[in-house]
Ligand binder design. Sequence first.
Ligand code: NAD
Length: 297
Amino acid sequence: MSSLHFDERVAIVTGAGNGLGRSHALELARRGARVVVNDLGGSLHGDGQSTDAAQAVVDEITAFGGTAVANRDSVATEEGGRAIVQTALDEFGRLDVLVNNAGILRDKAFHKMDGAMIDAVIDVHLKGTLFVTQPAFRAMREAGYGRIVNTSSASGLFGNFGQANYGAAKAGIAGLTRVLALEGAAYGIVANAIAPIAATRMTAGLLGDLTAHVTPEGVSPVVAFLAHEDCPVSGAVYSVAGGRVAKIFVGETSGAILEELTAEAVRDQLSQIEDQSTYHEPTSLDMATAIIARALS
Ligand code: NAD
């Protein structure tokens, strides 16, 4: 079997100064990609900009003979997103791969969460992914080729106490990924997402016995596959942790057609509405609408 190389390819990895992003950047660089290592160098909560995390990872990459450049712009503003993408175009003349990974946490039970906590997390995760992806998508569309790997989370797809801001952002990123897959299809652009679990500063003290089994390096090969030209899927979300890779999908049950739609009829037929023994997995709104039209015809 041939191995997957990224020779001639240029990749951006956001939030690549620590944890998962650092591991993704190293993996892509080892496979020959020229990498823009983006990181603000802030704390887990998004404060400060003191450490030069991005340059430290660039130094690691150049030490093994790879090619990388540091960028310290924030993903959380439109100008920051533009500057990150421009760095790839200015330094390397092209952009083939975007890995949206930057992230922060501001956890609190929803009834105690203030507006600043909501803004900070939505800005970095959801708006940050939009702000970096839009200029990247435009460049990829023009080039007729692109690979986008977004970072969602089980927190948003399945729910997690204390993470209303983060969960909402991460579910939004999964939705964005599906739209990008549809809008990019005619232009050679493939977009997928991962929902990872890994021992990083973000999960310090939270993973218990799992900690030793779930390194960032147990996630990055999946990112490399999704970032490669050979990746045949688009619009998918994969759960990735410690060498386990599984598909997460959105399904719709075959449902029930209620002759007379009343609140009582919904109550009485809830088990049929919820019955998952047959289901559809639409990959677009058009497909979902066609399924409804067929059921009603
Ligand atoms: P981490 O804190 O180790 O790394 C996140 C990096 O993002 C940091 O280096 C930080 O400086 C950078 N960053 C933060 N705000 C930024 C901004 N505005 N602009 C640029 N860079 C910024 O955390 P991690 O665990 O490696 O998380 C990476 C991604 O994976 C995040 O999106 C996170 O939500 C997601 N994730 C992680 C886990 C896990 O188990 N670790 C689970 C689900 C999802």
